[in-house]
Design a protein around this ligand. Structure first.
Ligand code: ZN
Length: 322
């Protein structure tokens, strides 16, 4: 390769990384490298991007996300994908288009919908996972996106029942629970993920008429958090095998130098909030994620689209702090 070409490839790699890293999701409680040109973070991903650029191939990103709507009616509008997913997917599509403007072969994001991997643990029915995945396909069609590619457990293990798919995933790719528990106890990202998941599971399980005491519920949610991590890690390994050269994205906050880039798909005040744990609220022409109960307590109006609840709209008086 001639020197000029090598320089332009490395410039392009930096530009693409800068584009993606400006949407980084970092853990709030740690000192984060807010600087989008953090060398430590860039070094984890630059080689994969540079490799694609050298080959003049699209840069492939893999994002395990969009599992299915939370079963908690205080957080979401129901089991269907709605404006929150539409805005998040439109954002990802626009990110690929922006990469395409500086690098002609462009970028693709493989959306690895992981709901089928752990829905039985988090309390979402198989039917609602199917419903949600169909909604995502409809949104992708409407966006006319050829940059976002859906991939789920059904693609990996076609022809098996859902239970068999999960069993095959765990047989082939899972780690012992004891190993996971040890890494959570060691702190860092694993511990943060465990705490975040326990919080979500507890929120989703806390509903009127609950038979379990708060303490029993907490214990149960901690056990389930380990199971979700075990399933997600198995899914992660399968994805690494299917997409060995892809740049790994995550919807969870990631510390400096992580092998994944944690990214925000939409504006939110909460580093852990995602489209499937919240509703989209339109404020001054922009969408922000909030829990449904929060949107309602602010007096936001529910907006329907095609006969289905879609999002909220909040009229802001001048001077209101949000
Ligand atoms: Zn960093």
């Amino acid at each position: 390769m001639i020197a000029d070409q090598a320089t332009s490839h490395s410039h392009l790699t930096t530009e693409v990384l800068d584009l993606v890293l400006q949407y980084r999701r970092s853990p709030a409680e740690t000192e984060s490298c807010a600087n989008s040109r953090c060398e430590e973070c860039a070094s984890q991903h630059a080689d994969r991007i540079a490799h694609a650029i050298e080959q003049r191939e699209p840069i492939i990103f893999v994002l395990p996300a969009f599992p299915g709507k939370s079963p908690n009616p205080a957080k979401v509008l129901g089991p269907h994908a709605d404006m929150a997913e539409r805005q998040s997917l439109a954002f990802l599509d626009s990110l690929c288009q922006r990469i395409g403007r500086i690098y002609a072969p462009g970028a693709k994001i493989v959306l690895c919908s992981d709901g089928r991997v752990f829905n039985d643990v988090v309390g979402i029915t198989e039917e609602n996972i199917t419903l949600y995945q169909q909604d995502l396909l409809t949104i992708l069609e409407e966006l006319e996106s050829d940059a976002l590619i859906p991939f789920n457990l059904d693609n990996a293990f076609a022809g098996s029942s859902y239970g068999q798919m999960r069993a095959r995933l765990m047989e082939g790719y899972s780690e012992a629970l004891e190993t996971i528990q040890a890494s959570v106890r060691a702190g860092g990202d694993a511990h943060r993920l465990y705490c975040g998941l326990t919080r979500f599971l507890l929120e989703d399980a806390t509903r009127p008429g609950m038979a379990l005491s708060r303490t029993a519920l907490q214990k149960e949610c901690r056990r389930r958090a380990y199971e979700v991590i075990q399933r997600s890690q198995a899914w992660d390994r399968l994805l690494a095998e299917y997409f060995p050269r892809a740049v790994r994205l995550s919807i969870h906050p990631q510390v400096c130098g992580s092998r994944k880039i944690g990214i925000h798909l939409m504006d939110t005040q909460d580093a852990w909030l995602t489209a499937w744990h919240s509703v989209a609220v339109e404020i001054d022409g922009r969408f922000r994620l909030m829990k449904r109960a929060e949107a309602e307590s602010l007096g936001a109006a529910l907006i329907y689209q095609e006969g289905r609840p879609s999002h909220y709209k909040l009229e802001v008086r001048h001077g209101d702090a949000l």
